[in-house]
Design a binder for this molecule. Sequence first.
Ligand code: GLP
Length: 240
Amino acid sequence: MELIILPSHDVDAVAARLVADDLRAASPGVLGVATGSSPLGVYAALERMIAAGDLDLSRTRAFALDEYVGIPADHPESYAAVIRREVVERLGMNPAFVRVPDGRADDLELACAEYEAAIRHAGGIDVQILGIGANGHIGFNEPSSSLASRTRVKTLTRATREANARFFDDVADVPTHCLTQGIGTILDAQHLVLVARGEAKAEAIRQAAEGPVSARWPASALQLHPNVTLVIDDDAASHL
Ligand code: GLP
């Protein structure tokens, strides 16, 4: 695991450079995208590279990590909508090449199996952008998730629903279930680039980098991957 600790304002540009290098090498490549606030600056930095003519993602495929179950696709906080707004539109990607798990499917298990098959069919993910939850979740793999898990339905913890309530009118409006790539699915990507900022993430980062590999802190499974880069600010590194 490579750790890059930087002043907060440098995190996005450095993470974006790593992602862009992988995608240029794989051209057009397959990008794994994440939601949450942490990756937004990375997308903005990628957008600047594209505007400068240094990167072209128009033929790049992308797969999102997760989606709420039951949320209408046109709800502004569905991950389908967030990815469309923050990734597809900003990065000039082809919407037909960008997939988000289908949280509205009649058969959710089938939707999960098809999602796994689609990633395989695309040749696997070249570089996966990750955030991290304060409880160490990656994607929506909450504590106690199997480290070998594949894309599946999960129940969201109360803590995660409360953390994500800021995107909704009320915590009661935050869906109770989600579809998420499993930890095993995430570990199949060629390169994982995790971004984190702030003291609230410091313990999760410590457990991810230095803790025992344990389902108690799902991000500790990253220690099993040969090519992981944590790009974090001084506050997120403060428990190391
Ligand atoms: C959500 C997402 C995760 C993300 C986490 C942290 O739960 N499913 O992929 O890493 O939030 O979000 P933030 O970056 O806003 O702290």
